[in-house]
Design a protein around this ligand. Structure first.
Ligand SMILES: [Zn+2]
Ligand SMILES: [Zn+2]
Length: 315
């Protein structure tokens, strides 16, 4: 399906620590806001308070959990509690690897005295696709020593550019007929005492790709498996628990180093790399960024908590 309007696409880094929170960093939680939709990717402890600090509001439509390590899901309980106190009645959808139905049951059970909305659960596996209005979220298997997933949010393609001059030269009057052509409908125009049809493909360029965000969750490098769904992404949010000096440790505990994240970004040909899940052992991420840049010439960031990134269209 083609979409006419360019929805805004914002990424709020609500939690960028790994395993343990620090005074500066909260546990994993990435909010992606596209138009009126809000998705959370992982929901670490204290996520709802980070939403207050970042002033994002609480209109969460769905939560995607990458795996069942507690640093990635404990915040769901507090979030559900807060949403209920704020009067939410719409269902909250929880997506995650096998175990998500039991998890949703636990959230409902633990908050049972206050919860005023239903908690729904959707099990995701390698290759599962969740469809939303104008975009999809696709799951891919990652390498983390337990069953774990990463997610790719892909927008549907946008229509090609509308060639206004060409339309006018074909006899289409500016106004509502332009809109119909842009929506893919042929329109009739008077010519030589009769009517001829102008087809959309005569006045529209080829469809343009939508934007794409890939979030790996916790994992060893997996770029060789995800080229098809994550290649050319606008933003790759990659596990960078360690810097390259702790490479052995990264392998041992099924995480990635910043250098490995950089190599993944280069292999996938992404535009921007965000390093997250920073181990509390580091007080600075300067080394992480340096390590990633050795492999990747695109933009590298180690976002601080509460920072926001806007993803523009490429053209
Ligand atoms: Zn983790
Ligand atoms: Zn983990």
């Amino acid at each position: 399906m083609l979409h006419l309007t360019g929805e805004t696409l914002h990424v709020h880094f609500l939690g960028t620590a790994g395993a343990l929170p620090t005074p500066q960093r909260n546990l994993p939680c990435i909010m992606v806001r596209r138009g009126a939709d809000t998705l959370l990717f992982d929901c670490g402890e204290g996520a709802q308070q980070q939403m207050m600090r970042a002033r994002t509001g609480f209109t969460v439509n769905a939560v995607f959990i990458t795996h069942w390590h507690a640093d990635h899901f404990l915040g769901t309980f507090g979030l559900a509690q807060t949403l209920s106190f704020m009067g939410r009645t719409e269902p909250l959808a929880l997506y995650g690897p096998p175990g998500v139905h039991e998890f949703a049951g636990m959230v409902a059970e633990l908050c049972r005295n206050t919860l005023r909305f239903p908690v729904k659960s959707v099990e995701m596996r390698d290759g599962s696709v969740a469809e939303f209005g104008g975009y999809t979220v696709r799951a891919f298997a990652t390498l983390h020593g337990i069953q774990s997933l990463g997610y790719v949010l892909s927008e549907d393609p946008r229509p090609g550019r509308f060639d206004r001059e060409r339309a006018v030269s074909l006899g289409v009057k500016p106004g509502p007929l332009f809109g119909r052509l842009q929506r893919g409908e042929p329109v009739g125009v008077p010519r030589d005492g009769g009517e001829v049809m102008v087809r959309p493909e005569e006045v529209m360029g080829p469809p343009r790709p939508g934007r794409r965000i890939c979030y790996t969750g916790d994992t060893r490098p997996v770029e060789d498996r995800i080229g098809e769904i994550a290649g050319g992404a606008d933003l790759l949010i990659h596990d960078a628990t360690f810097d390259d000096r702790d490479r052995d440790r990264a392998e041992e505990v099924h995480h990635s180093t910043a250098g490995e994240a950089g190599a993944a970004a280069a292999a996938l040909g992404v535009r921007t790399l965000a390093l997250v899940h920073i181990s509390p052992r580091y007080t600075s991420t300067a080394g992480h960024v340096e390590d990633a840049k050795r492999h990747f010439s695109g933009e590298v960031i180690a976002p601080s908590d509460l920072s926001m990134l806007e993803i523009p269209f490429r053209d």
